[in-house]
Design a protein around this ligand. Structure first.
Ligand SMILES: CC(C)(COP(=O)(O)OP(=O)(O)OC[C@H]1O[C@@H](n2cnc3c(N)ncnc32)[C@H](O)[C@@H]1OP(=O)(O)O)[C@@H](O)C(=O)NCCC(=O)NCCS
Length: 178
């Protein structure tokens, strides 16, 4: 029972654990570095996975408005990768979107496209996401040699030729929440 995996909304008590996990991958240049104050401020965006009383994974959803959301700051404890924890967090986020929204487009810029493809995300042109490029990419050390690719999952599912006709980036940037 003790090591059951729980996926839940992040709480104040999780801030240090989220920070510790993100630092591991920020040091490797895999995710953007976020300090504790930033994580605390945007805590409402975070989902965490907990096992054996320890936070072992986290993910955040950034809302760009206009049905456009980004999944970011997604990491799993290096010792616990490949056990379905990342999948459990992303599936919980998707389930929440299905409950709360009639339509949504959830994208990611990632160096782990195979993981997202396994969850049904499809490759899209990263130039479709100007809000992301302008805000975070300008701050990233890899800005001019970026190896990340864009993938997206959307609801309702697009028509066969409609994946790129959803108006992504066409001025849908309202209140941005990291
Ligand atoms: C990417 C990451 C979050 C995946 O979490 P995880 O718990 O290890 O992955 P899961 O065990 O839930 O894997 C789910 C599925 O994705 C596949 N998968 C996982 N990582 C993969 C990768 N890097 N490439 C291809 N497929 C991958 C698994 O085989 C599995 O497929 P299946 O369910 O069909 O068998 C985790 O490996 C991680 O923290 N990586 C470093 C940080 C990072 O790259 N974050 C993403 C940046 S946006």
């Amino acid at each position: 029972m003790k090591n059951l995996l729980t996926v839940r909304a992040a709480a104040e008590a999780d801030v240090k654990a989220i920070h510790r996990l993100l630092e591991i991958y920020a040091d490797r240049g895999v995710v953007l570095r976020r300090d504790e104050a930033d994580i605390r401020f945007y805590l409402g965006n975070f989902t965490v996975a907990e096992s054996g009383g320890e936070v072992c994974g986290c993910a955040a959803v950034r809302d760009f408005g206009g049905d456009l959301l980004e999944i970011r700051s997604l990491v799993v404890d290096p010792a616990l990768q490949g056990k379905g924890i990342g999948r459990a967090m992303v599936e919980a986020i998707i389930a929440g979107l299905r409950l709360r929204r009639r339509s949504w487009r959830l994208f990611t810029l990632t160096g782990a496209p195979g993981f997202f493809a396994a969850l049904g995300f499809r490759r899209v042109d990263r130039e479709l996401f100007p809000e992301k490029i302008w805000s975070d990419c300008a701050k990233c050390a890899k800005n001019d040699r970026c190896d990340e690719v864009a993938l997206m999952l959307q609801w309702p599912e697009p028509e066969a030729d409609g994946m790129n006709s959803a108006g992504i980036g066409a001025g849908g940037c309202h209140t941005v929440s990291r």
